[in-house]
Design a protein around this ligand. Structure first.
Ligand SMILES: [Zn+2]
Length: 66
């Protein structure tokens, strides 16, 4: 859905780094370099970004069921 604001394990703020991370990957950098540039060194924070599937734009196409 939406990227969580903070890492579930350590509480570090990660949401602001999700888009820059995707932009760095588009520029052709490896995930390891991108994490280093964004200051995400712990595996717990890295898994938050790697494991995220951004579905919110796909789900907004459907109407609410009530
Ligand atoms: Zn963390």
């Amino acid at each position: 859905m939406i990227i969580p604001i903070r890492c579930f394990s350590c509480g570090k703020e990660i949401a602001s780094r999700y888009k820059p991370y995707l932009e760095l990957l588009e520029k052709g950098e490896s995930a390891k370099e991108a994490f280093k540039k964004l200051g995400l060194e712990r595996f717990c924070c890295q898994r938050m970004i790697v494991g995220h599937v951004d579905l919110i734009d796909d789900l907004l196409k459907f109407p609410r069921l009530q």
